[in-house]
Write a protein that binds this ligand. Structure first.
Ligand code: SF4
Length: 330
């Protein structure tokens, strides 16, 4: 553990705040935000973004103040306006709609989500029946199902696998949403392998480094904490999974948008609070949670040792082309 630093002296009873490492922004989120900001620099406002660029209200509001306009459907984008697809990815029908309208598109789909699309298409081409492990209605799941020209069976639990109306000797391939619980996904894959004689798919450890690292870190954090606060949005899949892991490990675990969401009643009888953040939550929101805790208790903050992440994803080639074209135009 790194050495503690005293943050703010407030009450008599000390409260240890231990931060998970890693926590917060992943490379896919950093890249998506960067794409919107560069598009705003290049084209000036407004730049249109289909769906929340990442699932975090603070991030979205900040970009909105800079001139991003968030829309649910491309029909809301005026002709010729630069349009960004969110990190969660989109269905092919959305890409086709953008092409048909000749919209200049910057695709902020996380490369790890694109990798799932490519895997799905490859498995479909090989003639296997496809199973997608994910949560119905999530933007990434809608995008992935719409990227593969073959039927996909969506499952999220072992019970869903048991209910699949597919002959048991059918060759199966699975792909997964990137932000699921790593342990639950392993269980669902094991159920598929138990139910079907011929199953292929990626190892869980290959799906998303950030999901895996944040979930391992929150387990380590839960072992040394009395209570857990996860900073993230309610519609952020990976943030919800972090809170659930705290619950599973027997801790009172709360998901908050920011410091305003912290209830002082949670601190009763608590000496050590673990704090982490989902992949779409900026560190300034973690700071706001620490500041809120310091209003009620004398807070000492430290950080657990953990994996150092140094992954960066390159920007999409369209951005470079558009950048060059704008420069050439003067
Ligand atoms: Fe990409 Fe993983 Fe971040 Fe999702 S959580 S945006 S898949 S790096």
């Amino acid at each position: 553990m790194t050495s503690p630093q005293v943050r703010i002296e407030a009450g008599a009873r000390p409260l240890k705040v231990i931060l998970a490492r890693p926590r917060g922004f992943c490379a896919g989120v950093v890249r998506a935000i960067d794409i919107v900001e560069r598009a705003l620099d290049l084209y000036q406002a407004p730049v249109y973004v289909r769906h929340e660029i990442v699932h975090n209200r603070h991030v979205v509001d900040k970009l909105r103040r800079k001139g991003a306009v968030f829309v649910d459907d491309l029909s809301e984008v005026p002709a010729g306006q630069p349009t960004v697809f969110s990190a969660h990815g989109v269905a092919r029908s959305v890409q086709e709609q953008a092409r048909a309208r000749d919209l200049p598109v910057l695709d902020a789909t996380c490369p790890l989500v694109t990798k799932v699309h490519v895997q799905g298409r490859r498995y479909a081409k090989s003639g296997r029946t496809l199973v997608l492990i994910g949560h119905a209605g999530h933007a990434e799941v809608i995008g992935t199902m719409g990227q593969v020209d073959a039927p996909m069976h969506l499952v999220s639990t072992v019970a869903d696998v048991a209910a699949l109306a597919i002959p048991r000797d059918t060759p199966i391939a699975y792909v997964t949403q990137t932000t699921l619980s790593v342990d639950d996904t392993r269980t669902v894959i094991a159920a598929l392998e138990e139910a079907f004689s011929d199953v292929v798919g990626p190892d869980v450890s290959e799906i998303c480094y950030a999901t895996q690292n944040r979930q391992s870190a929150v387990r380590d954090l839960a072992r040394v904490s009395d209570m857990l606060i996860v900073v993230g949005a309610a519609n952020s899949s990976n943030s919800s999974r972090l809170r659930e892991i705290g619950d599973e490990m027997g801790l009172s675990s709360y998901l908050v948008d920011d410091g305003d969401g912290v209830d002082p009643a949670w601190l009763e009888g608590v000496d050590v609070v673990g704090v982490t953040a989902g992949a779409s939550a900026p560190d300034e929101l973690v700071e706001s949670v620490i500041a809120a805790l310091a209003r009620w208790r004398s807070v000492e903050v430290s950080q657990l040792d953990g994996v150092e992440e140094n992954i960066e994803f390159s920007l999409p080639p369209e951005l470079k082309r558009m950048n060059d074209a704008a420069r050439a135009a003067g």
